[in-house]
Design a protein around this ligand. Sequence first.
Ligand SMILES: NC(=O)c1ccc[n+]([C@@H]2O[C@H](COP(=O)([O-])OP(=O)(O)OC[C@H]3O[C@@H](n4cnc5c(N)ncnc54)[C@H](OP(=O)(O)O)[C@@H]3O)[C@@H](O)[C@H]2O)c1
Length: 321
Amino acid sequence: METFTVAATFPQIKGQPHPAANKMEDMSGAVQKRKKFVVLGSAGQLGRDLCPRLPGEVVALTRADFDLTQREPPGEMLAKLAPVVVINCAAYNYVDRAESEPAAAFEVNAWAVKRLAVLCRDLGCTLVHFSTDYVFGLDAGRREPYGEADPPGPLSVYGLSKLSGEFMVRTHCPRNFVIRTCGLYGASGNGGKGGNFVETMLRLAREGKPLRVVADQVCTPSYTVHVAEAVVKLIQTDHFGMYHLTNAGSCSWHEFAQKIFALAGTNANLTTIRSAEYGSAARRPSFSVLANARYEALGFAKLPVWQDAVETYLRNRDKPR
Ligand SMILES: NC(=O)c1ccc[n+]([C@@H]2O[C@H](COP(=O)([O-])OP(=O)(O)OC[C@H]3O[C@@H](n4cnc5c(N)ncnc54)[C@H](OP(=O)(O)O)[C@@H]3O)[C@@H](O)[C@H]2O)c1
């Protein structure tokens, strides 16, 4: 368990400061009372970039501190910590493996989320939960970005387990933010997948391996730092509900790989492949671009376009964190 405190920042929403801003600072600007955040799955790639940006006291819990799959969630521990906001960055993220072990995926992504949502409701705290663009894909001809109100239709067990988790949160915890994001890459890499897409591409190119990357799956790869910054702004409002948060624009994974190599100045033996040839266990959406409509309607600026985001990532990756 790691605890740290960061200075509070309060964004203005449509010209009005969030009411908490007044409670948190006195006339001299000194912070009177800090909001307490408990972050689950804090060692994951989003968790690592989110924790240092949260405005208040942060209790960062890993799986060793708080395993979501325990039948009785460590409610006593959470009650003692008395958070104002619980942020669940933990998830079962093995998209292909979930096809053959659906129970494991549902245990973490749905049933554990239900227990957590009930606990948060009983403690009166806000629950921030993350979901995925893979809740979409069933309407194969779709080429318009999905809004929050569009009906989902997952193609995979992973997508279905995450969709179930969304409903668990929405059903059981009234103070909720359910945030769908997409194609995350961050400096710490995705533990379960052994690094992120950017690093995997650069490593394989360095090794001189021929790279065949799908050109028929279009989405918006998103930098965890940009998503984390937007999450921090959003959750300081009391505009609860469902949100899409990704970088702006869209590309295929092949276009993303091309951009990575161009920016890094790396020569790569890169060709395209169709998803059907690739032969993954799980089906993935051919188009799962998310419109950040509700976030932008609150008056917040668009997130940077994906090309700028990956450039920033490549610039930042070697800096000390
Ligand atoms: N990665 C993406 O491309 C992507 C895309 C769309 C949406 N999302 C969603 O965004 C959120 C964050 O994803 P991420 O990429 O940061 O994931 P990540 O790097 O895989 O991190 C997930 C974390 O959850 C922990 N965890 C797994 N099972 C747990 C359990 N039973 N109890 C407690 N902790 C557990 C993992 O711990 P261990 O390391 O010990 O396993 C890991 O630290 C997730 O909800 C994910 O579904 C991700």
